[in-house]
Design a protein around this ligand. Sequence first.
Ligand code: AGP
Length: 373
Amino acid sequence: EAAEKGGYSHFAIKEINEQPEALRRALLGRVHQGELRLPELDALRASGTLDNILRIVIVACGSSYHASLLAKYAIEKWTRIPVEAITASEFRYCEPIMGPDTLCVAVTQSGETLDTIVGVRQAREHGSPVIAITNVVASGITRLSDAVLYLHAGPEICVVSTKTFVNSVSVLYLLGLYLGQQNGQVQPEQMRKLLDEFERLPGQIQDILDKANAPDDIIAPLAQRMAQVRSMVFIGRGVGYPTALEGALKLKEISYIHAEGFPAGELKHGSIALLDPETPLIGIATASHVYDKIVSNIQEVRARDAHVIVVATEGDEKIKQHAHDVLYVPSALEAFSPLLATIPLQLFAYYVAVARGCNVDQPRNLAKSVTVE
Ligand code: AGP
């Protein structure tokens, strides 16, 4: 097992560090010289199925659900087709309205999550075409789907998803761009620009990791200082909101610290009552069209004497006046920023868990594939 960890103390940190390579594999053969190819969807396209899609429903659980929530923003922007992301355990019991004009996209890294599989079965029964996004070749979900987009993340041993999360978001984005290209919403020039930005991401993730692995980095010492808190709050707006949900899930499942993610604008409707000097907050405030709004939410929190940590874009010096600690990530297009902001959150959760002596790779009560209801 030590050999499989390749010199790392845990699979978790090995897999976090594998993300640049994992993402490169997801893009390999699909993005090339400003063009996007998803041959896996050619048959669906040729049959005309994709021409009649009026609505997209993404069904998933846990981190895969958070990836779906993120993708909703980008797919709607790039296709102008309404997208709903729904957690599979709710979808299967909500008498979902599906049919041939509603594309069902199932996201499950294991390909075996029972709730997602049952949801897909229902979608099929209603006549919806199904595209599966999974990491595991020939897994259960692939047998129920009209087309499969693999994550190509490589094996993920740690129960906590890291590289499969980043690749799920990325493959969903590729799907969105493909559909946008099909329905004429994404023009060739825009496509080239977006794909160029996409191809920069693995290098940008590598930059974050290199910085985090340097002896003077602040994430591990910050995690050490936060290791004994009882509860943490994560906030974001727009794509920062699902990023906050994912950051909170990472922390709670790996370190057993209670953590919740909220849309920052909702804080004043109740959750702000949770905040006190003993409840640190992480705000996602990377460059975006709602940057000023999230900064104002962070100021409100700061006024409650909470310890404030912010994930921000490199070069944003102004944010320092509103935060006790700032975790910087490289500048990226707004849609792509969560793929970078997620990395320091994963590292933070990992180092907190290590400081608490938790069973990092196999947290209590959790399984890698949830094949029961
Ligand atoms: C993620 O860290 C969790 N272990 C969990 O939420 C997971 O994402 C969920 O169970 C869904 O798994 P799947 O992607 O294999 O369907």
